[in-house]
Design a protein around this ligand. Structure first.
Ligand code: FAD
Length: 544
């Protein structure tokens, strides 16, 4: 069969690269490649810049990374920007993206409302033919997927949801109406207690008439220690930014702090707990990611962190039965192997008369009905149901697209029995398809903007290498994929991550193969693995 001409294929443009997704990662690619003279365009399903911050505009949505490091590290950008809070909310993050756009003029090369639906590789021309859901088509040498690790919402198959049985409003946190939903004086049911659920609950508790929280796994949430920043504090913060931002790229999880070079096991309980107390009081994700280096590896060390957390949380909850459900005596899973949320007054909210906890292990949901949520024991009436039920994480936004390689093999089919990649950036059988956010790289375990820049730059350098060498094609070998899988497994098996029923291992989605979806060795180790492949002439890739 001959290759269709552009006209026959309805192709409107020939590009060097098509970037998909207008969050931190995609925007970094667009700006860098455009500056280097590539003919590049970006397609984004949403109506504005911001990636997840376009979709996740639910009440209480805010970052768990400090604003200081939740921005690009370019001085020409951070010098002119200040967040007003230590942990900015969705409105302020959106303003930040608008500011970046104003400075870099990104929107002129972005098509909003363009959801990529199909991509097929034209083997003869070494190019992708990419189509949006509404029929737009381009041909691009490289297809760069910056489609997010948490961009495909997961709605559990609870009877009554698909049937639209509920007479009130029902929304997933990540498909929240842009015009907002007023919770004041209403009965709100929140299903799910992950990071988004925690944020909605603590916000709703202030103004809803009733908040009913449906919990399967207790959130092991850390104190945020939110703070409004005065102009003086903003000035001081800015003076320290070069050091803080530079440090991010060197830390395990891309933050401006890292694990301590000592083991919890080696300290007596008094000295150990003094360190925990310090991290606890500092707030943010430090208690998770600036803790002892053995906490995510060693059961005894891990238990000491959990016990400290449990005792601090219980101090805040009046009813011992509720305390046991929110902060159980025995950990629901090892501490820190599930994404750790931050909270401000989540636990205190359960002392209020208008906040109720339903333990789904005792009282599972049977169906959503016209008045609300029916469990095996009773119906909880509601005006608004919030589905804080998470995402088909890491792979979901990639497999949602009909991507087929030269032999017609679909990406979703290739990965149906487990994902395989080389360096978490490319996969055999799909030439010139490069993933910023994707499986088997550190993305979902890393501060977002740091990852966008680190992986983004590795991809840019790869394209520069190809251009200089006159290559038009890059594709990993299957041997390299097998070696990369062994590398991930070896790193994973040393940790306690396997003991969590989490999206990190695909366990939140029925039928998804359980495997570590991320690279658990940290950013410095990942960068070293890349550097090693590059030093060996892009080992594991076929360049042509
Ligand atoms: P995203 O921001 O996810 O952007 C991906 C974009 O791709 C989306 O706009 C999506 O619409 C688009 N897209 C996907 N598929 C298609 C398609 N087929 N066609 C066209 N467009 C498509 N990380 C942190 O480090 N700190 C935090 O505090 C933090 N808070 C978070 C809070 C929430 C509620 C969520 C959901 C995630 C949070 N994250 C956080 C993780 C977050 O993924 C990263 O911080 C960051 O947003 C990643 O940026 P990105 O550009 O890689 O991906």
């Amino acid at each position: 069969m001959g290759v269709a001409t552009n006209e026959e294929a309805g192709v409107t443009r020939e590009l060097d690269a098509l970037v998909v997704g207008a969050g931190f990662s995609g925007l970094y690619q667009l700006d860098r490649l455009r500056t280097l003279g590539y003919d590049v365009e970006l397609w984004e399903a949403g109506e504005r810049l911001g990636g997840i911050w376009f979709w996740n505009c639910y009440p209480g949505a805010r970052v768990d990374s400090e604003g200081a490091i939740y921005q690009y590290s370019r001085p020409d950008l951070w010098e002119g920007w200040d967040y007003s809070e230590r942990f900015p909310d969705v409105r302020e993050i959106r303003s930040y993206f608008a500011y970046v756009d104003e400075r870099l003029g990104l929107s002129r090369d972005i098509r909003f409302g363009a959801r990529v639906a199909h991509a097929a590789f034209d083997d003869a021309g070494d190019r992708w033919v990419v189509r949006s859901a509404d029929g737009l088509a381009v041909r691009a040498r490289f297809l760069i997927m910056a489609t997010g690790v948490l961009a495909r919402p997961y709605v559990p198959p609870i009877p009554g949801i698909a049937e639209q049985a509920f007479t009130g409003a029902i929304h997933h946190t990540s498909s929240w109406p842009q015009e907002g939903v007023d919770l004041a004086g209403r009965r709100v049911a929140v299903i799910g207690t992950g990071a988004s659920g925690v944020q909605v609950v603590q916000e709703a508790a202030h103004r809803a008439a009733e908040v009913t929280v449906f919990q399967r796994t207790p959130a092991v949430a850390m104190p945020m220690r939110q703070k409004q920043l005065t102009p003086e504090e903003q000035r001081t913060l800015k003076a320290g930014l070069p050091t803080r931002l530079a440090g991010c790229a060197r830390a395990f999880a891309g933050f401006d702090f890292d694990f301590r070079a000592e083991n919890a096991r080696d300290l007596d309980p008094v000295r150990r707990d003094a360190v925990y107390r310090q991290l606890w009081d500092a707030g943010g994700l430090r208690f998770w990611l600036a803790t002892f280096q053995d906490v995510l590896f060693d059961e005894e060390a891990n238990a000491s962190a959990y016990d400290f957390w449990r005792d601090r949380v219980r101090e805040r909850i009046d009813d011992p039965a509720v305390a046991e459900k929110l902060a159980p005596t025995a950990p629901p899973h090892p501490f820190g192997v599930k994404r750790v949320p931050l909270e401000q007054d989540y636990y205190d909210a359960f002392n209020q008369d208008n906040v109720h906890l339903v333990d789904l292990l005792e009282e599972p949901i049977a169906e959503i009905t016209a008045p609300g949520v029916r469990t095996t024991q009773r119906t909880h009436d509601a005006d608004v149901i919030v589905l804080a039920t998470g995402f088909d994480a890491v792979t979901g936004s990639l497999t949602a697209i009909d991507i087929s390689g030269p032999g017609g093999v679909r990406l979703g089919d290739k990965w149906s029995d487990g994902v395989r990649t080389h360096l978490g950036v490319a996969t055999a059988g799909f030439p010139n398809l490069l993933m910023v956010d994707g499986p088997q790289n550190p993305s979902g375990l890393c501060n977002g903007p740091t990852w966008a820049e680190v992986q983004g730059e590795l991809i840019v350098q790869t394209l520069e290498h190809l251009r200089a060498a006159g290559h038009t094609r890059i594709e990993p070998t299957e041997d390299a994929e097998r070696a990369w899988e062994r590398r991930i497994t070896e790193l994973f098996e040393a940790t306690l991550f396997d003991r969590g029923h989490t999206w990190y291992v695909g366990a939140n989605i029925p039928g998804k193969r359980r495997q570590m979806l991320l690279y658990p060795g940290g950013l410095p180790s990942y960068r070293a693995d890349w550097a090693d492949a590059v030093a060996r002439g892009y080992a594991g890739f076929r360049l042509a």
